[in-house]
Each structure stands twice: as structure tokens, then as C-alpha cells.
Design a protein around this ligand. Structure first.
Ligand code: NCD
Length: 305
């Protein structure tokens, strides 16, 4: 039995198979409409989420399966003091697969080690968010035809943004990727990440000004300042509008650069950018459903003949 805790749990070749399956789903959803009949997905969300939870639920429903779960720790037995390891043992009796989001780093890993069903990490604290990364990679691959040989700028909260950490981790394995980290000094990408880039001899630079690098980028991955992970409101208020992507900034970018964002957006992308053909963040949401469908099928070992 397999779980998904980090994007590195799948080899590059296995990811390739997953993306091929996701693109096949995109081309012919009807073919997969009953693939999970009789199967249940449990969504155990101890932290607020709309997109990720609904994306998982929509994925399972598209496959003909059903969904149970909770979207708030206060409405689950966690409020009574139940441990994650007990909860997953119980959920294992109710469902065939579980997607778990938790504010504590490593909680889904603890769940996986006590589970008799596949567990998917749907975001653990500031640590990892592997299914967002699968979404990001599928979007890149589908819109550009391949993953590799590009310059990607990651902009905003690179310190607390788990989608950023997961994505960098995953992209390190592809050839010819160069990273540009754009953040205020307080929200720099963690040292463990730059250390591992240095170790692997992967080119990166850290800058404060978005304007300065805009013209070099093939992808710009914008992120929200993660208010819930700040220690004080004052710092959040000071940093929240540090970057605002608008038409003027977009005019500095390449004609075929693509803007990605895991969403939710706050102020970091002005709505005037939404109509720009280079804005790919809503397409990205759609790819998130296809890739989660492909992931559920893969972890449940369901193959259509
Ligand atoms: C992200 C998350 O939860 O980390 N959202 C998501 O899952 N699409 C990004 C964010 O909350 O900023």
C-alpha cells in the first residue's frame, strides 16, 4: 500500500505516468465516470481549506465514488482530544482512501504509519503540499509540453509557503531548471532548501525586486503571505502587500511567460491581470482535479482495461 506524503514519494517516471493518466482523464472524463464505484474517500481537514478539499471531493465524485469527512477540527473528535493515530484507525474502517490536512508538520505521516488505507498529505503546516505540487507540475507540463529547461520565479512568502517548499523539492529533479526567489528579507526561502540546491549544484538567486527579474522568467509562481503562520499581526500587515502583480509589471514579462498561483489570492495579483492570456491560475485549479483523479486511481490501484 502506498501513501503520498511528499512529491518525492513518486519517482520522475512514476510522475510521468500519473500526468499521462491525468491528461487522458482530461481528454475523456466519461471513460472514468464509474472507475471508483463503491469506493469512499474520507477528507479529514483539521485546517481551513476550500479548494483542496473540494478538489479532492470533486475528483472522487467524478470517478463515481463517494465522500465522507470533516472540514473543521472542532467538528471532529479531535476536539475531544482524540489522537491522529486513533482517528485514522477509525477512518480506515469507514473509507478506502483518506486525504488529510493538518496544521502540524508531520501529522499526516503519523496517520499514514497507523493506517490500513492510503493516506494523502493534503498540506501539513508550513511543510509540504504534495497534491498542489502535482497540480503545478501537471499545469506546467500540459501548457508547455514538458517539464525542464526553464527559469521559474517564486514570489511572496517563501518562508511559510508550503506549496513553494514542495514545488522546489519536486522541480530539483528535472533538468535545466533555474530558480529565482523573490521575497522580502523576512520571508526568504528556508536555509535547508538553499543548502540542498547548493549541494545539487542547481542555479538559483535571491532578490527583493520583482521588476528587476520579471523579463527573465518563463514562469512566475505568486503566493499569498501566510497570515495564519505569522507570530504577530504587525509583521503581517507590514509585509502583506509587498508584491502586487499588475498590468504594468506584466508588461515587463516575456510574451509567453505564465503566471501560476496555488490560490487563494488576496492582493498579490491584481484582478486586472486575470484577462491576460498569460494568467494560468484558474486553469491550474482545473488541472488539480484531473491530477487528484489520477492520484486516487493510482493509490487505489484501479486500472481501466
Ligand atoms: C495553499 C495552501 O493551503 O497551502 N492553498 C491551496 O491548497 N491551494 C496556498 C495558500 O493557502 O496560500
Amino acid at each position: 500500500m502506498r501513501h503520498l506524503m511528499s512529491p518525492l514519494d513518486f519517482s520522475v517516471e512514476e510522475l510521468e505516468e500519473l500526468f499521462i493518466l491525468a491528461n487522458d482523464i482530461e481528454a475523456d472524463m466519461g471513460k472514468y465516470a464509474h472507475a471508483c464505484t463503491g469506493k469512499k474517500l474520507a477528507t479529514c481537514f483539521y485546517e481551513p481549506s476550500t479548494r483542496t478539499r473540494l478538489s479532492f471531493e470533486s475528483a472522487m465524485l467524478n470517478l463515481g465514488g463517494s465522500v465522507i469527512g470533516f472540514s473543521d477540527a472542532n467538528s471532529s473528535s479531535a476536539a475531544k482530544g482524540e489522537s491522529v493515530s486513533d482517528t485514522i484507525r477509525v477512518i480506515s474502517c469507514f473509507a478506502d482512501i483518506c486525504a488529510m490536512r493538518h496544521p502540524k508538520e508531520g501529522a499526516p505521516m503519523v496517520a499514514a504509519s497507523h493506517s490500513s488505507i492510503p493516506v494523502i498529505n493534503a498540506g501539513d503546516g508550513g511543510h509540504q503540499h504534495p497534491t498542489q505540487t502535482l497540480t503545478d507540475l501537471l499545469t506546467i507540463r500540459s501548457l508547455k509540453g514538458h517539464i525542464g529547461d526553464f527559469i521559474i520565479g517564486l514570489c511572496g512568502d517563501l518562508k511559510f509557503g508550503r506549496t513553494v517548499h514542495s514545488l522546489i523539492n519536486a522541480l530539483m529533479r528535472y533538468p535545466g531548471i533555474r530558480f529565482v526567489f523573490i521575497s522580502p528579507p523576512e520571508l526568504r526561502v528556508p536555509d535547508y532548501i538553499t543548502e540542498s540546491l547548493k549541494e545539487k549544484d542547481i542555479e538559483y538567486k535571491e532578490v527583493i525586486s520583482l521588476d528587476e527579474v520579471m523579463g527573465e522568467l518563463d514562469f512566475l509562481y505568486m503566493t499569498r503571505v501566510q497570515r495564519e503562520r505569522f507570530f504577530n499581526e504587525e509583521d503581517y500587515v507590514r509585509l502583506k502587500d509587498f508584491y502586487i502583480l499588475n498590468k504594468e509589471k506584466m508588461s515587463l514579462a516575456k510574451k509567453d511567460m505564465l503566471v501560476l498561483h496555488p490560490l487563494p489570492r488576496v492582493n498579490e495579483i491584481s484582478v486586472e491581470v486575470d484577462d491576460d492570456p498569460r494568467a494560468a491560475y484558474f486553469k491550474q485549479v482545473q488541472y488539480g482535479v484531473y491530477v487528484r483523479m489520477a492520484l486516487i486511481l493510482t493509490l487505489l490501484e484501479i486500472k481501466l482495461t
